[in-house]
Design a protein around this ligand. Structure first.
Ligand code: ADP
Ligand code: MG
Length: 301
C-alpha cells in the first residue's frame, strides 16, 4: 500500500507547514502498535528540492521544473512510500497528470488542499517575512496568485478531501489517514481517458441558478420577516431548496460576493470539461444544492 497526498494552495500560504503536520500524523500512526499494515516511510517532495523559485518566473522554465517533480513523485511511489507532494500544484493539468500516474501505479490518492480563499494579502505578508530563503520575488508572487487554478469540487479527480484554512490549528488527520488506508483504489484507465464535455449551457445554468438563489433568498428574508434558521428557497414550481441562515440579515452584497466566488470556482471545471463520466452533474438542482452548501459554509455567523 502506498498513497499519494497532494497539497495545493497559493504561494506562501502555509503548504509546507501543513505537509510537515501531515507527515508527523502519518508517521505517528504508522508507529502506533495498533497499526498492523506494512511498514512504510513518508516522503515529502517539495519544490525546493530541485526547483528554484525563479523557475516560476516564466512558463518556459516552469515546464522542466514540473517534469523533475513528476519524476520524483513516480520514483517515490514505486518505492512504496507514502508521498506528500508539497508544491504549488496550481495547474489543473498537472494535478491531473499526477492523479493519472498514481492510478497507473494503483496507489490511493488523497488530495488535501490548503485553502486560503481571498487572502492573497496574507500570502504576500508571509512571503515577505520568510526567513527560510524561499522568498518569491514580488512579481513572481503576484503572477502566481493570478494564475492559480483553484481545485474544483465538481470534478472528482480534482476535488479536495479537505480544505485547511489559515486559521486552522491542525490538519484533519483522521480523514487523511482514512483516505490513505481505506480509500477506494480505482483501476487505471477506466474513464480517465475519455473527456466528456459538460453541457454547453452549463455555464448559463451555473450563472442563472446561483443568481436565482440569491434573489429568492433576499425576497424570502423580506417576506418572512424572521431572521435566520431553516429557510425554504423557491426557485421554480419544481425546484425548491432549504438553507440554514445565520441569525441576522444577510445582505445582498454579501450573497453576491459569495455567488461570484462560487461561480469562479466552478467555471473552470466546465471550461475544462468533465474527465470522468458521470462525475459532474450540471443540472439546476445540483448547482442549487451545491451553492446552498457553499453559502452555509461561507456565510459569516
Ligand atoms: P508555502 O510552503 O505555501 O510556501 P510555508 O508553509 O513555507 O508556505 O509558510 C510560509 C510562511 O508563512 C512561513 O514563514 C510561515 O511561518 C508563515 N505561515 C504559514 N502558515 C501560517 C499560519 N497559519 N499562520 C501564520 N503564519 C503562517
Ligand atoms: Mg513550501
Amino acid at each position: 500500500m502506498t498513497a499519494l497526498i497532494t497539497i495545493s494552495g497559493y504561494p506562501s500560504s502555509g503548504k509546507s507547514q501543513r505537509a510537515a503536520q501531515i507527515k508527523r500524523h502519518i508517521e505517528a500512526r504508522l508507529e502506533d502498535p495498533s497499526y498492523v499494515g506494512p511498514s512504510l516511510s513518508v516522503a515529502v517532495l517539495d519544490d525546493t528540492l530541485n526547483i528554484d523559485r525563479s523557475s516560476y518566473n516564466d512558463s518556459r522554465s516552469e515546464k522542466p521544473a514540473r517534469g523533475t517533480l513528476f519524476t520524483a513523485v513516480q520514483r517515490n511511489l514505486a518505492q512504496n512510500k507514502v508521498v506528500i507532494v508539497d508544491s504549488l500544484d496550481y495547474i489543473k493539468g498537472f494535478r491531473y497528470q499526477i492523479y493519472c500516474a498514481a492510478r497507473e501505479l494503483k496507489v490511493r490518492v488523497c488530495t488535501a488542499w490548503v485553502y486560503v480563499l481571498a487572502m492573497p494579502d496574507l500570502c504576500k505578508q508571509w512571503n515577505s517575512e520568510r526567513t527560510d530563503g524561499e522568498v518569491y520575488a514580488p512579481e513572481t508572487l503576484a503572477n502566481l496568485l493570478q494564475r492559480y487554478e483553484e481545485p474544483s469540487s465538481m470534478v472528482r479527480w480534482d476535488s479536495s478531501l479537505s480544505t485547511v484554512s489559515w486559521t486552522d490549528e491542525d490538519v484533519p488527520a483522521d480523514d487523511i489517514w482514512r483516505a490513505i488506508t481505506e480509500g477506494i483504489m480505482k483501476p487505471p484507465n477506466t474513464g480517465t481517458q475519455a473527456v466528456a464535455k459538460a453541457p454547453t449551457d452549463a455555464l448559463r445554468t451555473l450563472e442563472h441558478t446561483t443568481a436565482s438563489v440569491v434573489s429568492a433568498l433576499v425576497s424570502e428574508q423580506v417576506n418572512s420577516g424572521s431572521l435566520g434558521g431553516i429557510t425554504p428557497v423557491t426557485l421554480s414550481s419544481t425546484l425548491q431548496v432549504r438553507i440554514t441562515l445565520p441569525p441576522r440579515n444577510v445582505t445582498l452584497s454579501e450573497l453576491q460576493r459569495l455567488k461570484r466566488q462560487f461561480v469562479t470556482l466552478h467555471k473552470k471545471a466546465i471550461t475544462l470539461g468533465t474527465t470522468e463520466k458521470g462525475a459532474v452533474d450540471w443540472s439546476e438542482q445540483s448547482v442549487a444544492d451545491k451553492f446552498v452548501v457553499y453559502l452555509e459554509e461561507n456565510m459569516k455567523p
